[in-house]
Write a protein that binds this ligand. Structure first.
Ligand code: CTP
Ligand code: MG
Length: 233
């Protein structure tokens, strides 16, 4: 049942992916945008949101020391797992006990605006168990069979793309991850499977995910368009 939550805010940052679609051969989180690792941009964006108290990063196991070195002593870094949900669980295990509101944010979204972080936190504080930032889908979306034939066209009117950070009451996220599911591309899906309502707030174009090589050009462009006074680098 929805009820307001007070307390501290922690962000879990799954950053242990291989970045196979990016195809650089190195960990995607350490791939540089304008000379700074994507993960560092992501953590700075999160830390610039006033509500965020604690950040825990799940790094590729072989890069834990390198990630600690680039992030500094204020950020907890643990080894991640073989799937995104497992990496989230690795970070959840070391989350300080006083944290009541947990956000989960992809390291691959380096430029989430603090206003989106705050909107997610505010919605959880207001009493929603699970909150997802979303953007309307601009294209007409079709389900397509393996042989290339269109199966059906979905109504664009009620389709939204889910971003991160996704925010949860800590007990709700812990219950979702207690199932040890490994097949989800976001955390809200795990909560949906428990039958718990998930709510939305408006996302932002700048919270896009770096997935394909061309997304790195977009990331460089976002950084170049940020006024120097607003950069924290
Ligand atoms: N992630 C993770 N642990 C995994 C897999 C993914 O922490 N075992 C993280 C990624 O580091 C990323 C986020 O989950 O920040 C979203 O995943 P995605 O964009 O799919 O990144 P990758 O899995 O690295 O990329 P790809 O699927 O192209 O290999
Ligand atoms: Mg992946």
């Amino acid at each position: 049942m929805d009820h307001p939550v007070s307390g501290r805010v922690g962000v879990l940052v799954p950053a242990a992916g291989r970045g196979e679609r990016l195809g650089t051969g190195a960990a995607k989180a350490l791939c540089e945008i304008a000379g700074t690792p994507m993960l560092v941009h992501a953590v700075r964006s999160l830390a610039s949101a006033a509500s965020v108290d604690t950040v825990v990063v799940a790094a590729p196991p072989e890069d834990v020391e390198a990630v600690r070195a680039v992030l500094g002593a204020d950020i907890l870094v643990v080894a991640g797992g073989d799937s995104r949900p497992e990496s989230v669980r690795c970070a959840l295990r070391v989350l300080p006990a006083e944290v009541d509101i947990v956000l989960v944010h992809d390291a691959a979204r380096p430029f989430v605006p603090p206003s989106v972080v705050e909107a997610v936190v505010a919605a959880v504080r207001a009493g929603h168990d699970a909150v997802v930032p979303v953007l309307p889908v601009p294209d007409t979306v079709k389900r397509v069979a393996a042989d290339g034939r269109v199966i059906e066209t979905l109504s664009r009117a009620d389709l939204y793309a889910a971003q991160t950070p996704q925010g949860f009451r800590r007990d709700v996220l812990a219950a979702a991850h207690a199932k040890s599911w490994t097949d989800a591309t976001d955390d809200a899906l795990l909560v949906e499977r428990l039958g718990i309502p998930v709510w939305t707030v408006p996302g932002a174009a700048d919270a896009f995910k770096v997935t394909w090589p061309e997304d790195l050009l977009r990331a460089e462009a976002v950084l170049a368009a940020t006024p120097v006074a607003d950069r924290d680098a």
